[in-house]
Design a protein. Structure first.
Length: 286
């Protein structure tokens, strides 16, 4: 059991590197938050069983016409449902907190330069990169070879078809609505000739919105691939500002989603240029 009072990163009067000390302290808090998150999950499971048995008691007392016991067990059922809901929200908060810190840690520990792997095409090379950095992707492709599709044409609500270089889909499973099951995931990868422009991103947004309205499933991550053109001087100022300061918004039945949008370029030196930098986790899909 973790003890927050015996933290390895506890503050000292003398600190050699304040920034490193802040990260060490944050890591200790994150470790303890993971422990609390698991404990809350166990509490949710327990409260679920308690709510089920309370419901059986309510049904039994109601069938027997026992008014006083019925009122008592009904109050217990309502209280259990309220606590069950609050526990789920608490679990969601700790999950959000730990995911955010893992993202910060991944950026902190990431390499400055990522070498482009070998491959015949732009898409082949990026797919090799994803396989090298995401064992979870390799595992999914072994379980379901059809999960990742190449040169796929997806239909939108307007009836129009849109082509993508790579498309990865994993439907949600389990008690996703309660924040306990496997979350759904959809990855869209498109390639461009030359330098991507702001107009390309807007067209892509319209295509993704049209597909999402048809499928009812929002994209999780969108990647635009391109090779540095001759005399390349970087992305346009408006596109760069949109990528790093704004969010891609997709609406489905009045609900708003914010998929991660990233442009990945291949430099002449043989390295990837990521805009913006997105944390990568080996145990998750890309």
């Amino acid at each position: 059991m973790l003890d927050p009072h015996k933290s390895k990163g506890k503050a000292n009067r003398g600190i050699e590197n304040p920034l490193s000390a802040i990260f060490d302290l944050a890591e200790d808090v994150s470790d303890y938050a993971n422990y609390v998150k698991n404990m809350v999950l166990y509490a949710i499971i327990f409260m679920g069983f308690l709510a089920f048995f309370s419901f059986l008691l309510v049904a039994a007392t109601l069938a027997q016409g026992q008014i006083v016991p019925f009122a008592l067990v009904l109050g217990m059922l309502i209280s259990t449902i309220i606590v069950f809901y609050l526990a789920i929200r608490t679990h969601y908060f700790f999950k959000y907190f730990t995911n955010r810190y893992e993202g910060i840690k991944a950026v902190r520990e990431s390499e400055d330069l990522v070498k482009i792997p070998e491959g015949a095409t732009l898409v082949d090379r990026y797919l090799s990169y994803m396989r090298e950095t995401h064992p979870a992707l390799v595992a999914l492709m072994k379980r379901d070879p059809k999960a990742l599709q190449r040169n796929v044409k997806l239909k939108g609500a307007s009836g129009k078809f849109y082509e993508f270089a790579l498309y990865l889909i994993q439907p949600p499973g389990g008690l996703t609505m309660l924040g306990l099951g496997r979350e759904g995931y959809a990855l869209y990868i498109q390639k461009y000739k030359g330098r991507p422009k702001m107009a390309d991103v807007l067209d892509l947004k319209n295509a993704l919105s049209d597909i999402a309205r048809e499928t009812g499933f929002a994209p999780s991550r969108v990647v635009l691939l391109y090779r540095y053109p001759p005399n390349f001087k970087g992305l346009s100022e408006d596109l760069y500002s949109f990528l790093v300061r704004e969010e891609l918004k997709i609406e489905i039945k009045g609900k708003e989603f914010h998929p991660t949008l990233q442009i990945v370029g291949e430099t002449d030196e043989g390295y990837y240029d990521f805009t913006p930098l997105v944390p990568e986790f080996a145990d998750r899909l890309p």
